[in-house]
Design a protein around this ligand. Structure first.
Ligand code: JFZ
Length: 426
């Protein structure tokens, strides 16, 4: 029987396996939600941004107007990518088409795209990809399988209902052809890409998404491209990484994750800088740089990448508040990156006090102490330790062995408010 939810008998290519390792080593990505919806800036409602078409029930014929005056003349990909680099971010995942169906690239299977429907008229993804290539940053494309605009997205799912003004009929197989057509464009016209970040299957759980066909197509066009999908379930065959939306692997504080499974595939957690993906003018809930650094560290300790989101403005600029925060994160990463990049989640599992990371040769472990009120920390660990030092100044940590592990002395003066990092030589 054909498994409709998988690329059956998928064998990742050597290139793909190499890219998975690169991905795990890279640890830190920038998520970019950018589309014509940014001009609505959430419409004055917290919690609405890229969803505004659906949330405010804007018919297609009206929503299309947003393209007529989308003109981000201050978009400077060189500046974006330079900012990404100086933050220590290794890859970008950008929305190529979100649920509104509007493509931010030059599509030929549709004219509902930034080149054909905006005064700006330029292929944003191409501009960004050229700059990423120049500066050595990998580019991934987010692609929404859910589409509120295409007439053949029928039968409808939970969203994109009759307010859109589409006929109550359509040919699903045509929609799949259209989607695979756009994916073919994304995988052939932009050089070698990092992979595809799918989203939207949750709109219609019982639908035949033809994943076998789509995933095989992607892996045929670029065997190294990594496929992930935000379906909140355990990965299907053909996917190359597992993602977690706004939660650490294994947690479910948001109510999104539908599985307790943490697969052996590379892991990635995505998170917002405030509470919105796309630009929302009212959303001032900006997380502090401390919170963001700590979540990045937590993700690494949970063996996962951290994909941190920003929603650019209608003029093409990144929100100033986000730039300011990323600067601080970048400064921290330039000092402490060694304890994050190229590591894996440590052999000491996450605890209330923090997490551990470990180098791939397993010779060095890093303890990231994120919460500590006492002057000592007991770490359960039955391995041998050669030496423990404070990572920031190489001074020695005094410790003694206990029945269950080690008791480390952490004098208050040595504590760091964000992360007290210890280097453990094994
Ligand atoms: C999805 C998108 O809808 C959202 O706009 C953003 O792109 C994010 C990264 O991914 O978010 C979802 C999708 C589905 C649910 C919740 C958030 N859901 O089914 O509960």
């Amino acid at each position: 029987m054909v498994n409709l939810f998988a690329q059956s008998n998928y064998e990742p290519s050597d290139k793909n396996l190499k890219n998975r390792e690169w991905f795990q080593d890279a640890k830190f990505g920038l998520f970019i939600h950018w589309g014509i919806y940014c001009q609505m800036a959430g419409g004055g409602d917290l919690g609405i941004a890229e969803w505004i078409m659906n949330s405010k029930q804007i018919p297609i014929i009206a929503y299309e107007n947003l393209g007529n005056y989308f003109n981000p003349i201050e978009f400077d990909p060189k500046e974006w990518v330079a900012m990404v680099k100086s933050t220590g971010i290794k890859y970008i995942t950008i929305t190529s088409k979100h649920h509104d169906g509007f493509a931010m690239f030059d599509s030929k299977v549709s004219d509902y795209d930034v080149v054909d429907r905006t005064p700006y008229g330029k292929d944003i993804l191409k501009m960004l990809k050229e700059e990423c290539d120049k500066q050595g940053i990998k580019l991934f494309f987010y692609y929404s399988q859910l589409d509120w605009h295409h007439p053949d997205y029928f039968p409808r799912g939970r969203t994109g209902g009759s307010y859109t003004g589409r006929p109550e009929s359509g040919n699903w197989e045509n929609y799949i052809k259209y989607m695979n057509g756009q994916l073919t464009e994304l995988l052939t016209n932009y050089g070698s890409i990092g992979g595809i970040w799918f989203d939207g299957m949750w709109d219609k759980w019982d639908e035949n998404w033809h994943l076998d066909e789509t995933y095989s197509l992607i892996h045929k066009l670029q065997p190294g491209a990594l496929i992930g999908s935000n379906h909140h379930k355990a990965p299907y065959e053909g996917e190359d990484f597992q993602m977690f939306e706004r939660d650490l692997p294994g947690r479910n504080t948001m109510g999104f994750n539908q599985t307790g499974t943490i697969s052996p595939l590379p892991l990635e957690m995505c998170e917002t800088m405030n509470g919105s993906w796309g630009y929302n003018i009212k959303d001032r809930r900006f997380k502090s740089s401390k919170e963001i650094i700590q979540t990045l560290v937590q993700a690494a300790g949970h063996n996962a990448n951290f994909l941190l989101n920003t929603g650019p403005l209608p003029n093409g600029k990144i929100q100033k508040e986000n730039i300011d925060t990323l600067k601080v994160v970048g400064e921290w990463m330039s000092k402490n990156g060694e304890t994050i990049y190229n590591t894996r989640g440590g052999i000491i599992p996450p605890h209330h006090w923090g997490v551990s990371t470990i180098t791939k040769n397993k010779k060095t472990m890093y303890l990231h102490i994120l919460n500590l009120e006492d002057n000592a920390l007991h770490v359960e660990f039955d391995g041998d330790i050669k030496e423990i030092t404070f990572f920031n100044d190489n001074s020695k940590v005094s410790y003694s062995q206990t029945d269950a592990g080690y008791l480390l002395e952490i004098p208050p003066a040595k504590r760091n408010d964000i992360d007290t990092v210890l280097k453990v030589d094994l």
